[in-house]
Design a binder for this molecule. Structure first.
Ligand SMILES: Cc1cc2nc3c(=O)[nH]c(=O)nc-3n(C[C@H](O)[C@H](O)[C@H](O)COP(=O)(O)O)c2cc1C
Length: 322
């Protein structure tokens, strides 16, 4: 079973696999570069990085990739520094920018005349059609099974066929949310996708920048541990239950001591950025571990190089239904 290549505008990835961007230093240049080196798409989570830090991570990812695959970054529209991060990535001549957690029309104008392709992350027919009209060379369609901030409470299985029908056969679609086994590549392609975006599974990569304690939470997670929380940005997300998450659910979570207004809209009920930084650093008592809905279904939860995870995914795909 030969997998189709993924074409996004002028770019071609040998493998139709995108490692989803993970903000607050979970997916940095090391992971993105290692994934791109296999011929897939490696993505740096840009939100929460200073401009110079993002530039450094892009250079690192490109160096590791050595010209293979696609090196991309994911920039949340909800971040106040959105424009500065986009300009930084464009200045580094990054191959591609994914943009989610809100929708930006202006980013297409910003990237005009550059070498960078712009790919929005959407969860509705409306935004998919607008993306196509604005000239997006591809879109990511993300269902409620995904990690991070969610734009829908509907399953990828429902929205993917709807969006494929709405945008027609020619716009490349990358399906995202709940991917835990290579056999799902065939399912996603059948639903209308040209490629899959996978994040949760890559947290267990050696090159993922989360603390060892964070990865151990992924290794031990059971179905009952994965809960919905509401982020102060006003969007839901899946988190793995711990004492901090329980406080969010009980509404006893402490309000932030200070605030630098890093998000365009924030309820200030708690500081999501500080909680994500704490978790990334291994302080789980005061942190939020975001994950996809199906983290507990991942069969091999050992920590190993990203290239081996991709090899396993391809093997699972090839041996599906045997
Ligand atoms: C820890 C974590 C952080 C994430 N951060 C972001 C982000 O900054 N921006 C974004 O658009 N998506 C983010 N996502 C979503 C992923 O990029 C991806 O689309 C989604 O998680 C795919 O589903 P899966 O994790 O079940 O494979 C994040 C996901 C995880 C697990």
């Amino acid at each position: 079973m030969n997998l189709p290549k993924l074409k996004i505008g002028r770019l071609v990835a040998d493998l139709p696999i995108v490692q989803g961007g993970m903000a607050i230093r979970i997916s940095t240049g090391a992971l993105a570069g290692a994934v791109a080196k296999t011929g897939a798409v490696g993505v740096i989570g840009a939100s929460g990085l200073a401009f110079e830090e993002l530039a450094k991570e892009i250079r690192l990812a490109k160096r590791i990739a050595g010209g293979r695959g696609i090196v991309a970054t994911n920039i949340m529209f909800a971040a106040r520094e959105f424009v500065g991060l986009v300009n930084t990535a464009l200045g580094e001549e990054i191959d591609l920018i994914f943009t989610g957690a809100g929708f930006s029309r202006d980013i297409f104008k910003m990237a005009k005349g550059t070498k960078t392709e712009i790919v929005p992350i959407v969860s509705s027919v409306g935004l998919a059609k607008i993306s196509k009209r604005l000239g997006a060379p591809a879109i990511v369609v993300e269902g409620k099974e995904a990690g991070g901030h969610l734009g829908t409470m509907r399953s990828i299985k429902e929205i993917l066929p709807e969006i494929r029908e709405a945008v027609g056969p020619d716009l490349p679609i990358i399906g995202a949310g709940g991917f835990y086994d290579g056999k799902q590549i065939a399912e996603f392609l059948k639903l209308g996708a040209n490629a899959v975006q996978i994040a949760t599974r890559f947290v267990l990569a050696e090159e993922c920048n989360a603390a060892r304690a964070y990865k151990e939470v992924y290794q031990k997670a059971t179905k009952d541990d994965v809960v919905f929380i509401t982020s102060p940005v006003g969007m839901p997300g899946h988190a793995i239950k711990n004492s901090f998450v329980k406080k969010i659910l009980d509404k006893t979570v402490p309000r932030p001591a200070g605030c630098d207004y890093c998000l365009k809209n924030c309820s200030l009920v708690y500081c999501i950025i500080q909680a994500l930084i704490n978790a990334q650093q291994g302080d789980l008592e005061n942190g939020i571990v975001f994950s996809g809905e199906n983290v507990w279904k991942i069969k091999n939860r050992t920590i190993r190089p990203a290239a081996e995870i991709i090899k396993d995914i391809l093997k699972e795909y090839e041996t599906a239904d045997e």
